[in-house]
Design a protein around this ligand. Structure first.
Ligand SMILES: Cc1cc2nc3c(=O)[nH]c(=O)nc-3n(C[C@H](O)[C@H](O)[C@H](O)COP(=O)(O)OP(=O)(O)OC[C@H]3O[C@@H](n4cnc5c(N)ncnc54)[C@H](O)[C@@H]3O)c2cc1C
Ligand SMILES: Cc1cc2nc3c(=O)[nH]c(=O)nc-3n(C[C@H](O)[C@H](O)[C@H](O)COP(=O)(O)O)c2cc1C
Length: 454
């Protein structure tokens, strides 16, 4: 053991700093939860008797949005409601509840949202008697996936096996389809005894104008990637790093083909919403519906309909918390918004993968400026098509395992953005190897490992 008082002082100082950082993280998380609780408490007192429990499991914010709309509808109909994320839902709460409405999405390949990971392991993993519970289930999904509403079905089956009684058959929503949501509203009317349909069709699109569009990777062996900027033509909206924009597609042959989601790459202080959009090509070479329209057909000055959606699952931590940002391709868009929101206090480490250094080092000048200012402490990039490199971002994660463990020990949070297939699965496996599967799962359950992948 050293007797050098200066070394002891350093050690005590470092420990105090680390404890202070942990305290800030806990405080930040508690503050966010307290705000949601206060909103929920305000709705719980709306009616007589026990409030209806409304629990949501959301990956990209839609289920959460519908949960709050459901709570307000019940409140308008004189029925109190209490809103809770699956992250905060436990078996005692379910046992003590007589009516619950569950709104759950499915992500990955039939998987639960990350915020439901703890619930799946701790609550659904155990046999339970929920015979006192009656429930309604709204399952969000997309029929283009093999396991349509996979997690909704898993929750439904688990509740029935636990003896809970359905109030009505599970309502499945394909890609936000309005008819299914109206059906859910109809079921809410049965609960409140109200005859009129509550007015909560999702908010309409706001008008935005394309003000800038640049091809950022001319000559790349990968698909074209375009940086687009839109200015609002209405009231100035507010959003946070991690939020998502829903872009409405224009009507074609009398049919409205729906919307597409894009990670917002800018902040309100930029005065515009920016995206990084890959032009998708179908096997016959035809451009993707939305990416083709946005990057090729739309002209500067043209108007589009867009709405911004809060995506709390990908919001950033307290500024003092170090961030490890991992992504590939257009995933840099969501990570860039976080870098813009950072100061040098917690700092960040970026691990990014693309095809070629010469053409695909997206936002390089900005990244170098953040490195110089201390916002970025370190950048690791791999370029899979470059001779002498040939690595993917998951290889970078594996190669930096020691440093990664040190950052996580200092309280860092991990944010992953980009491709679901290949990248996020590969990164997850590399994180499990580097940190241990238990630690990776705990970070996921505690919201210190978050993903916006598509
Ligand atoms: C939460 C979220 C955030 C997103 N953020 C971004 C973003 O920041 N930038 C971005 O470019 N895209 C992003 N996307 C994807 C985007 O929403 C569209 O799916 C994409 O632009 C293709 O739409 P499209 O209408 O052009 O293609 P469509 O005409 O609908 O064709 C889709 C076809 O292309 C294939 N396809 C779809 N997406 C991809 C893809 N990413 N890579 C390879 N093949 C694909 C599908 O297999 C399908 O056959 C995000 C998606 C989600 C869910
Ligand atoms: C990466 C990704 C994976 C998805 N996987 C599935 C799936 O396996 N099955 C399904 O029915 N829907 C799937 N969906 C569709 C979502 O469930 C649907 O978009 C839902 O409305 C999202 O709700 P949320 O924003 O609350 O997470 C997936 C969506 C994304 C972006």
């Amino acid at each position: 053991m050293t007797a050098d008082p200066q070394r002891w002082l350093w050690a005590v100082g470092a420990l105090a700093l680390w404890l202070a950082l942990i305290a800030v993280i806990v405080w930040h998380e508690r503050k966010a939860r307290a705000a949601a609780r206060a909103r929920s408490d305000a709705l719980a007192g709306a009616g007589e008797g026990q409030p209806v429990l409304i629990a949501f499991a959301s990956q990209t914010g839609f289920a959460e949005e519908l949960a709050w709309m459901t709570a307000r509808s019940l409140g308008d109909g004189g029925v109190g409601a209490r809103v809770l994320s699956f992250a905060d839902l436990d078996v005692q709460t379910l046992k003590a509840t007589d009516r619950a409405l569950l709104i759950v999405s499915t992500t990955g390949e039939g998987d639960p949202p990350d915020s439901a990971a703890r619930f799946v392991r701790k609550v659904m993993g155990e046999a339970t008697d929920l015979s006192g519970l009656r429930f309604g289930l709204l399952a969000l999904g997309d029929r283009s996936y093999d396991r349509f509403c996979g997690f909704g079905h898993a929750v439904d089956g688990w509740l029935r096996r636990a003896g809970a009684e359905p109030l009505f058959d599970m309502v499945e929503v394909n890609n936000g389809e309005a008819g299914a949501i109206r059906h859910w509203q109809h079921q809410l009317n049965q609960i409140t005894g109200s005859i009129t349909a509550p007015d909560w069709t999702p908010p309409a699109y706001d008008p935005w104008r394309l003000v800038e569009r640049t091809l950022v990777n001319p000559g790349s062996p990968g698909g074209e990637a375009w940086h687009l900027a839109f200015e609002t033509m209405g009231a100035s909206p507010d959003w946070s790093a991690g939020d998502i924009a829903e872009v409405g597609l224009p009507e074609r042959d009398g049919v409205t083909p729906g919307s597409r989601e894009y990670s917002i790459a800018s902040l309100p202080s930029d005065g515009r919403v920016e995206f990084l959009i890959r032009l998708i090509r179908h096997p016959d070479g035809a451009p993707g519906l939305a990416s083709g329209w946005l990057t090729q057909d739309l002209a500067l000055g043209d108007q589009i309909g867009m709405r911004l959606r809060t995506n709390r699952s990908f919001h950033g931590p307290a500024d003092e918390t170090p961030m490890i940002l991992i992504g590939n391709g257009t995933g840099i868009a969501g990570l860039r918004a976080h870098l813009k929101a950072r100061t040098a206090a917690g700092g960040a480490w970026l691990l990014f993968g693309e095809r070629t250094q010469a053409h695909d080092a997206f936002f390089d000048a900005e990244l170098q400026a953040w490195l110089a200012s201390g916002v970025l402490r370190r950048i690791d990039r791999s370029f899979s098509r470059d001779a002498g490199d040939g690595q993917y971002v998951q290889n970078l994660v594996a190669a930096a395992a020691d440093e990664l463990r040190a950052w996580v020990a200092r309280g860092a949070a991990i944010y992953v953005c980009g491709s679901l297939e290949g990248m996020s699965q590969g990164v997850h496996a590399a994180l499990e190897s580097a940190l241990g599967a238990d630690v990776a799962l705990t970070l996921l359950e505690e919201g210190r490992y978050r993903r916006d992948v598509y």
